[in-house]
Design a binder for this molecule. Structure first.
Ligand code: GDP
Ligand code: IMO
Ligand code: MG
Length: 423
């Protein structure tokens, strides 16, 4: 399998970082294809914990090359901080990091507009405030500033000036914020250009050459299918396509090159930010999942909303992404539950719902139906073979497989790199 896509199958934070890190041992290149520093991918190795926002989760394997593709919106401030943190931990990115010259830049006004809009909005999405939505708006309005623009100072200044002519009016008149100065941003970004220059390249050419030469490429999704701007719980979504379809567009790799799609799914459900969440538990059980699963955002520290596994949503995600196998994470969080519920049917006004609803309002009025399964009441830590899992755990896994039609090929039972079962 030399071109694999790893996608989040739910609302993000499924444990993609851990799974990508593990699979990186069998990869030459790991590439991020969409999103930006809204992502927070955690990897735990021994007593060290790394949280990556922009740099692919393969970076902890010294022999792996890492790509930030054209589909990512890149915040140079976040990138510089992340490189500095990694270097301080003894991990060098020099010669191993490749950033697409076509990637769009997150500018200071994107972050200001993101938070100002959220504060003023009557329908808050609960964004991460990293400027993601406003940067993608500019990309699709064809006024975005790309990394390649940094190479030509007069043209960069001209594009920035045109952007600020509009943004400053919005910032001042609509949001009552201070205007930004062209000169300050030009100086700041040309300084970033000097620091980033060594990483910038034509990553599409780089990746296609690598695939032609038989190298193994892992494509690392950020966020999750239910946060996809087209297929997720719109408008409570992010502004890109985290689904597998986004990988080809976000990297310039043709769909014909892809031969494996792995969905990372958590053994229960979480969501951070606002929006419909049919199986959410606003009770002591939800609180228990949050505490036992340490469900606090890796990027913003916000408590994650928690609930039982939502199988209709997972089956929908498998369909949209073409998931060929699941990596099931955080099963250990359910270790001490006597009973575990799974949602296996959406009902609305007393009738079964046949397909995943498009409107957030419809999803909000879903009455999830549950089946109660027996818990296993013992620790899964240290188990390395599928056959050694308790019968109740295997039943839970096989229930998911039967419902979704997708095999669970990897099982994770702790944050640590070594706690994984390959099946
Ligand atoms: P990502 O955004 O999909 O990479 O996931 P996050 O890193 O935001 O959140 C997943 C959290 O769960 C992190 O704190 C991981 O260290 C942790 N984690 C990953 N896999 C497991 C697991 O199998 N069990 C437990 N208990 N924690 C896990
Ligand atoms: P990883 O890659 C979980 C959520 C935000 C908000 C919505 C829109 O770590 O799984 P945005 O800042 O993207 O405009 O916010 O999407 N969100 C995430 N939730 N995990 C993420 O990334 C997320 N990235 C964005 O909380 O609800
Ligand atoms: Mg995360």
């Amino acid at each position: 399998m030399n071109a694999r896509i790893i996608v989040g199958a739910q609302w993000g934070d499924e444990g993609k970082g851990k799974i990508v890190d593990i699979l990186s041992a069998q990869a030459d290149i790991v590439a991020r294809y969409q999103g930006g520093a809204n992502a927070g991918h955690t990897i735990v190795i021994g007593d060290k914990k790394y949280i990556l926002h922009l740099i692919p989760s393969g970076i902890l394997h010294s022999g792996v090359q890492c790509v930030i593709g054209n589909g990512v919106v890149l915040d140079p401030v976040a990138l510089m901080e992340e490189i500095a943190t990694l270097e301080a931990a003894g991990i060098s990115v020099t010669g191993r990091l490749f950033i697409s010259h076509q990637a769009h830049l997150i500018m200071p006004y994107h972050k200001l507009l993101d938070t100002a809009r959220e504060q003023q909005s009557e329908m808050q999405i609960g964004t991460t405030g990293r400027g993601i939505g406003p940067a993608y708006i500019d990309k699709f309005s064809r006024i975005g500033i790309r990394i390649v623009d940094l190479l030509d100072r007069p043209s960069f200044e001209e594009k920035l000036r045109a952007n600020l002519a509009e943004k400053n009016v919005i910032l001042r008149k609509i949001y009552g914020r201070e205007e930004l100065s062209v000169d300050n941003i030009v100086n700041e970004y040309l300084d970033f250009d000097i620091k980033m220059d060594q990483f910038i390249t034509d990553t599409s050419l780089f990746l296609n050459n690598a695939l032609r030469d038989g190298k193994r490429v892992l494509m690392e999704g950020a966020q999750g299918a239910l946060l996809d701007v087209d297929h997720g719980t719109y408008p409570y979504v992010t502004s890109s396509n985290p689904t597998s379809g986004g990988a080809c567009a976000g990297l310039g790799i043709p769909p014909t090159a892809i031969n494996s799609i792995i969905g990372v799914a958590k053994a229960y459900s979480t969501r951070v930010g606002n929006g419909p969440f049919p199986t959410e538990l606003n009770d002591a059980t939800g609180e228990r999942l949050r505490i036992e699963g340490a469900e606090f955002g890796a990027t913003t520290g916000r408590p994650r909303r928690c609930g039982w596994l939502d199988l209709p949503a997972l089956r929908y995600s498998a369909m949209i992404n073409g998931i060929m196998e699941f990596a099931l994470t955080k099963l250990d969080v359910l270790d001490n539950f006597d009973e575990i519920k799974v949602c296996n049917q959406y009902m609305r006004f007393g009738k079964p719902v046949k397909s995943f609803p498009a409107a957030a309002e419809t999803l909000d009025s879903i009455e999830p139906q549950y089946e109660t399964l027996s818990g296993w009441n013992r620790s899964l830590k240290g188990i390395r073979r599928y056959e050694d899992l308790p019968a109740e755990t295997r039943y839970y896994i096989e229930y998911i497989e039967n419902f979704t039609g997708v095999r669970v090929s990897m099982i994770s039972s702790s944050p640590a790199r070594e706690d994984v079962i390959f099946r």
